[in-house]
Write a protein that binds this ligand. Structure first.
Ligand code: COI
Length: 359
């Protein structure tokens, strides 16, 4: 399907104000001049695609998203390379994942081409907002909400809006690539078999805030989720996936249906194999995590996700005790994967997988 976008230009923020905001943007707090909206209803399908000034929405208070949480989102980034070109990373992988989330949440799928066109149009129009500092990027947030006016809960909404907004970003974690301290959540779980754990929907995040607050109280940066049946097997971290490094062997929790199929996770699996590591999916229990860290066979742990990239995990706290991984300092495999992946994105390394998408 090709869709035609109409354009309503914004009055751009003056260049000197934009430059000041791009100096050190806090994650997710400043937005570019424009946004994208596309509507869907049963009669017309996807229609009324538009690029328009960024600003508040006018929605009926009965819109289904406010009551029953029918919403999905994606997270991705645009990078400015030293030669001035702007690229994104694997946008079709995010388009496909959005549609898997839509299928789970009984929402209409958006053609992948339309998803990518929407990103391209927004990034091209607001190109001056793509930061040029190493490690900084323009974070893109595509999302879809249920807009039918009704508080009856008779079935999926009959109307939706897909939108894309963009926000200049520095590092997600304030400490940059310093090793994280994580809290192993044993009171709360994130997802159960047959639930929505694999979908990138807002409710999956809302339900974790109380555990995240508990993690902060314990002096930790993030929460780590265990499976909900046995409360034993590691699923994922608060906003990203996890990798366990045993020397030259990497293991990441398998996609059991309760954790997010991260695009960065998938990229790290492929990249690590290409670099000669043994990269596999498997199951890691919290007992094994602790025993292997204490005996030293587990040399590194890192988290990976779009916003946080590849970040070392150095310390674990739990009700059963605390432990340290690899002396609590960033390990060589974590640092290498972080450098290789950011090098592909920045254009300083070859892109053997064809992941980079020029805008
Ligand atoms: C991302 O990493 O892009 C996410 O969507 C996580 C979000 C909580 C910032």
């Amino acid at each position: 399907m090709t869709i035609t976008f109409t354009t309503e230009p914004a009055v751009p923020l003056p260049a000197e104000k934009r430059a000041a905001l791009l100096e050190a943007p806090a994650f997710g707090e400043v937005f570019t001049d424009h946004m994208i909206s596309i509507d869907w209803d049963r009669d017309r399908g996807w229609h009324d695609a538009r690029l328009h000034p960024y600003g508040p929405l006018v929605l009926d208070p009965s819109a289904q998203v406010f009551h029953y949480g029918q919403e999905v989102f994606e997270g991705m980034k645009a990078y400015r390379r030293p030669d001035g070109t702007v690229v994104t990373f694997r946008p079709y992988a995010n388009a496909a994942r959005l549609n898997r989330s839509c299928a789970r949440m009984a929402m209409p799928e958006l053609p992948e081409e339309t998803f990518v066109e929407a990103l391209e149009l927004l990034v091209t129009t607001d190109r001056d907002w793509v930061p040029d500092r190493p490690g900084h990027s323009l974070y893109l947030r595509p999302f879809m909400i249920a807009t039918q006016h009704t508080i009856g809960f008779y079935g999926p909404s009959a109307a939706y809006r897909f939108m894309v907004i963009a926000s200049p970003a520095a590092s997600y974690f304030k400490a940059g690539a310093k090793p994280l301290t994580v809290w192993l959540s044993q009171d709360y779980t994130r997802a159960a078999p047959g639930g929505t754990g694999e979908a990138k929907c807002g409710g999956n995040y809302a339900g974790t805030l109380v555990a995240q607050a508990q993690a902060r109280e314990k002096g930790c940066d993030q929460v780590v989720w265990l499976d909900s049946a046995e409360r034993r097997w590691v699923d994922e971290m608060g906003t990203s996936n996890l990798f366990f490094v045993y020397g030259e062997r990497l293991v990441t929790p398998e996609l059991s249906g309760t954790l997010l199929a991260g695009v960065t996770r998938d990229s790290v699996l492929a990249l690590a194999a290409d670099l000669g590591y043994q990269a596999e999916e498997g199951r890691i229990s919290m007992e094994q995590w602790r025993a292997d860290a204490e005996s030293g066979v587990l040399t590194e742990v890192f988290s990976c996700g779009t916003s946080s990239m590849v970040t070392p995990v150095g310390f674990v706290r739990s009700v059963d005790g605390d432990w340290t991984i690899g002396g609590g300092v960033p390990g060589p495999v974590t640092s290498r994967l972080r450098e290789e992946l950011s090098g592909i994105q920045a254009g300083s390394r070859p892109d053997p997988f064809g992941w980079v998408h020029k805008i």
